[in-house]
Design a binder for this molecule. Structure first.
Ligand code: BDR
Ligand code: CA
Length: 297
């Protein structure tokens, strides 16, 4: 079983990633930290707790991260982060901060914990500052973010998660731990159609219905961007790569640096090497959908 800490800014596609992880039997989701990004860290925690309630796993700790809001993405993810869908209230957040939760999980599971970040890298960077030895104590780090050779989505060259906190992203990408980056280069290639949305809804539980409902505004946002009614699966795809269900077909080790405006650049002088997923050998969307439809009730 793969032990996982998820750091997210829940978010429509973060919500799909959470549901995917909960539906994957080989994954033990030990804790979730939230950060400012698509919405505030507090709202992201509310959304996450509501999803856990709908998923009948209310005991997974959800801790709120610190740090200021730089973006908010109401136009993409709705005013509440999850496309305006009303989720149940759910439980209370963990009293620890997200970085305290992460540090505790690393200490309790030395060498075994995988970290997946589907939001800005704020909490991970703070954890590196507070506990530098953390880089030698985790099994791996997967980050959804960046536009390495493909265009960005907030500026011509910057992707939202990296753009929100470039200094934190640079700290995470250049730390001496094994990082896999899942950038827009690959996530824009793996999309869901309205047929996938309908199949998700047909899953029949309140969770399936809520997830299908929240993708509605996501489709509305992406349709004029893409010229077709499809949505990219940024965060679920990173989740599926993190847990080893999807295998990259092109993932070079690149020296990367993040510049102050949030653009990820290949830079030969960067010390560490980051595994960058540029392509997958198989379509990712159907795998993720299948997992969501076969979740344990
Ligand atoms: C990333 O930014 C957020 O809007 C999404 O949740 C995803 O993590 C894509 O650029
Ligand atoms: Ca996200």
């Amino acid at each position: 079983v793969l032990k996982l800490y998820l750091d997210c800014d829940t978010g429509v596609d973060d919500a799909l990633a959470i549901a995917y992880l909960l539906a994957t039997p080989s994954v033990s989701l030990l804790g979730i930290g939230t950060c400012n990004g698509n919405t505030s860290a507090v709202q992201a925690a509310r959304n996450t707790l509501g999803l856990l309630d709908l998923s009948h796993v209310p005991d997974i700790p959800v801790a709120i991260g610190e740090g200021e809001i730089r973006r908010g993405a109401a136009e993409v993810h709705g005013d509440n982060g999850v496309g305006g869908v009303a989720l149940p209230h759910g439980g209370e957040p963990d009293p620890r901060t997200a970085t305290q939760l992460l540090r505790d999980l690393v200490r309790d599971n030395p060498g075994e914990l995988h970290i997946l970040a589907t939001g800005p890298c704020t909490n991970l960077a703070t954890a590196l500052t507070e506990m530098p030895e953390i880089s030698g104590l985790v099994a791996g780090v997967t980050v959804m973010g960046g536009a390495v050779r493909a265009p960005g989505n907030v500026t011509p060259r910057a992707e939202a998660n990296i753009h929100d906190n470039p200094a934190a992203a640079d700290a995470v990408l250049t730390a001496p731990w094994p990082v896999t980056l899942v950038p827009l280069d690959v996530t824009m290639q793996h999309r869901w159609t309205q047929a996938d949305q309908a199949a998700l809804r047909a899953g029949g539980t309140a969770l399936h219905e809520a997830l299908a409902d929240m993708t509605q505004s996501y489709f509305d946002w992406y349709e004029p961007e893409l010229g077709v009614r499809e949505i990219p699966l940024h965060d679920p795809l990173a989740a599926a790569i993190a847990v080893g269900e999807l295998t990259p077909s092109d993932a070079p080790q690149l020296p990367l640096r993040v510049d102050p405006v949030g653009e990820v650049r290949e830079d030969a002088s960067a010390v560490s090497r980051v595994r960058v997923v540029l392509a997958l050998g198989s379509p990712g969307g159907p795998v993720i959908l299948r997992r969501l439809l076969t979740r344990n009730q």
